[in-house]
Write a protein that binds this ligand. Structure first.
Ligand SMILES: [Zn+2]
Length: 280
């Protein structure tokens, strides 16, 4: 008698057992018990099963191979096949993969997932990968077990809409909004304030507006955003913006490197343009 890849006997006609989770059949008895339980867990904890896209018995060879598929012995199912095509990787998100592996562990490793194949992945595919004796032991345990509480389904892998910040006005004035965006891009606290700056640099730089705090004292560390910016520019990062920092930023942005922030400032306008693109 022909056997499928896992050693189970090939069924030349459709098995009698209609599994509620799929369009198709699986081997009756212990295999059906295991797959029925597995389907319920998958449906509750991984993603809702669409029976129209989920299949079972099929007397065929593994696609691209001479080996007889485990679908032929009624010991394999494909779940939500259109969403998890053969050969595709990453069709489940990490939480879903974790849920699949948790369920398989609860089933004593009797079922193997095609997403765990070392070679070509088959993420829709789940198959018996154990002896008849092991399946019988597991099915007996499942029949005796009290119903497993249905847990909340894992959210599906959908891109979370990111709140896109409104673009900065290209007004050439470095004020709170520009500072906040710079802080976001540099990964420092985004409060829109450039703390502890040197008072002597306020009046020579009229393009520095609201949110510049001119109460700085030597050694107070200045602003973390300025320090991060100085690091980016290859300067000593003392957190204090002055002619050197402005000139380096002007060179970086390709504007006239006079070290002064005019009102309006071509340097600030170039910085705002970069920040709108999420960069410095
Ligand atoms: Zn399959």
């Amino acid at each position: 008698m022909a056997v499928s890849q896992n050693g189970w006997t090939v069924q030349t006609t459709a098995p009698a057992e209609k599994l509620r989770w799929i369009t198709g059949r699986v081997l009756p008895g212990d295999v059906a018990t295991v797959f029925d339980h597995f389907g319920a867990q998958f449906d509750a904890r991984v993603e809702a099963i669409d029976t129209a896209g989920s299949w079972g018995w099929n007397n065929r060879r593994i696609r691209g191979s001479a080996v007889i598929s485990n679908h032929a012995s009624g010991t394999a199912v494909d779940l939500n096949a259109p969403r998890h095509p053969l050969g595709a990787v990453g069709t489940f998100n990490e939480a879903q993969r974790n849920a699949i592996h948790a369920i398989l562990a609860e089933l004593d490793g009797v079922i193997r997932w095609g997403g765990d194949y070392p070679g070509r992945k088959d993420e829709m595919h789940f198959e018996v990968n154990a002896s008849m004796a092991a399946v019988t032991v597991l099915a007996g345990r499942l029949r005796g077990a009290s119903p497993v509480p249905v847990r909340r389904p894992v959210p599906q892998a959908r891109p979370v809409p990111q709140a896109r910040p409104a673009p900065l006005a290209l007004d050439g004035v470095w004020a709170t909004a520009t500072t906040r965006r710079l802080q976001q891009v540099l990964g420092t606290q985004a409060d829109g304030v450039v703390t502890h700056q040197t008072h002597a640099f306020q009046s020579p730089n009229p393009g520095l507006g609201a949110g510049w705090d001119w109460s700085g004292r030597p050694g107070d560390g200045g602003s973390r955003a300025i320090a991060a910016l100085q690091t980016r520019l290859g300067l000593t990062s003392d957190g204090k913006a002055g002619p050197q920092t402005f000139a380096a930023l002007q060179r970086h942005l390709g504007t006239n490197a006079d070290g002064v922030v005019s009102n309006p400032s071509a340097m600030v306008r170039a910085l705002q343009t970069r920040l709108n693109a999420g960069a410095v």
